[in-house]
Ligand binder design. Sequence first.
Ligand code: MG
Length: 167
Amino acid sequence: MATSSPPFRTGNGYDVHRLADGLELWLGGIKVAHSKGAIAHSDGDVVIHALCDALLGAANLRDIGYHFPDTNPEYRGIDSKILLGQTMNMLREKGYELGNADVVLCLQRPKVKDLIPAMQQCLAQTMQTDTDNICIKATTTEALGFVGREEGVAAYATALLVRTNCI
Ligand code: MG
């Protein structure tokens, strides 16, 4: 690691998946009961995909599509928690640890308010961090746009990394 590496680094991530009837809906590492699910090469978990990109961005390690391309059959239907675990390994190998992460999930339906603690717990376990370091917020888009029309689901994430030798 370069000695000029800053003690703190931030990153942001964004992801979208289309929704279709009869598919599974995975959000924040858990399966959500709903009539629609994500069209995706992986399990289509936008919360985890946005989070991975925020983490990779903070560590200057490119993006999720670079490391886990959707052209690779190895990643077909893959549990995104595996990708998140591998992402954490990459940033730790580069000498960083998670400070905290904050995610905004944009979804018109269903209401996921009651599922958020389970998502936090699941992600914290996958990332080997405290649940207090993972915040997940959910919003509708007031029936506007592709999220509002229930054509898709989106997520935004930010992450703060701390250089390991500064902890
Ligand atoms: Mg994605």
